[in-house]
Design a protein around this ligand. Structure first.
Ligand SMILES: Nc1nc2c(c(=O)[nH]1)N[C@@H](CN(C=O)c1ccc(C(=O)N[C@@H](CCC(=O)O)C(=O)O)cc1)CN2
Length: 290
């Protein structure tokens, strides 16, 4: 993996192109389900409040669904909704046989118990991989739905033939739907995983040791390229305002062997995995009804 640190530019991992292929596959599966059952796979999207970034992400998800022949049923709740009301809404969708998958957009507001809200999603409809059930299955290496961004990261690594066994993967960030599951998935592929976070001492020293770096802190250009090990694979899962990642791309690409751009890297993969898992959920629910 060693590369000279000068006169070098990393190869881009084109998440947008790979996402298009995954969405095309999902569209073909959706078409089959629709012709067999007379009803398209259906994703319920639940949005609390009107945070502009969340509004945009949910709109993007619904647009991609429409293009893939997946119905999306949107539930917009006021910012002041209580946890109990949100749980009731999600429980109703979990019990509705015409809904195959549920997406509850995060963040939901500081007054909401997000864990309680996520846990109201029936495991079979948790196409966003946010429940304890999904996390445990993923951690044990059992089949199930994975959290979409970490799932997208793994698909990007596989598409670029990145061999993870024995490699040192450093995950910067420990959120329940990104950093933590990303580290577990890498561990499941025999990487040696270090988690770093806001209380980590001398972050740069850890980053320097990373063969594979996953940046998921949510702070623009937080990780400078100078700390990146020459030849490292750099996955930037940051989605900060202005489409800026967590890694300083211009300096990082001079040292990395492979790097995801922002935009066009991990972001589109997140949505592609959501659609792919939605049609899988619909196909599974259809098989149970036969
Ligand atoms: N319940 C969930 N909430 C959130 C998730 C999630 O997976 N499940 N992820 C993030 C944000 N997110 C999806 O919700 C997301 C972020 C960015 C993108 C994306 O495609 N970005 C583009 C650029 C955006 C643009 O063109 O405006 C890119 O990187 O190319 C998709 C999804 C938070 N919440």
């Amino acid at each position: 993996m060693t590369q000279p640190a000068t006169d070098h530019t990393a190869r881009l991992m084109d998440g947008a192109a790979l996402a298009r292929r995954i969405v095309d596959e999902a569209a073909a599966t959706a078409a089959g389900i629709t012709s067999r059952t007379g009803a398209a796979p259906c994703l319920a999207t639940v949005l609390v409040g009107d945070d502009p970034a969340s509004v945009t992400y949910v709109r993007m998800k619904r647009n991609r669904c429409a293009r893939a022949g997946i119905e999306s049923r949107h539930v917009a709740l006021p910012a002041g909704v209580t946890t109990a009301e949100l749980v009731d809404t999600v429980t109703g969708l979990s019990e509705d046989p015409s809904v195959h998958g549920i997406l509850l957009q995060h963040p939901m507001g500081r007054h909401i118990d997000e864990r309680a809200a996520f846990e109201a999603i029936a495991p079979g409809k948790d196409v966003d991989g946010v429940t304890t059930h999904a996390f445990a299955a993923m951690a044990f290496g059992l089949p199930g739905f994975v959290s979409c961004t970490p799932g997208g990261i793994m698909r990007l690594l596989d598409a670029h033939d990145v061999d993870l066994a024995g490699k040192h993967a450093v995950v910067v960030g420990r959120s329940a739907i990104l950093g933590k599951p990303a580290g577990m998935l890498l561990l499941g592929r025999d990487a040696t995983v270090t988690y770093c976070h806001s209380r980590t001492r001398d972050l740069a020293a850890h980053v320097r040791e990373a063969d594979v770096l996953v940046a998921a802190v949510g702070r623009p250009r937080f990780i400078g390229g100078d700390a990146i090990k020459p030849g490292a694979v750099v996955i930037d899962a940051g989605y900060n305002e202005g489409n800026v990642g967590d890694v300083d791309f211009d300096t990082a690409r001079r040292r990395a062997s492979l790097i995801t751009p922002v935009p066009g890297g991990v972001g589109p993969m997140t949505i592609a995995v959501l659609l792919s898992q939605t049609v899988r959920a619909a196909a599974h629910q259809e098989s149970l009804r036969r």
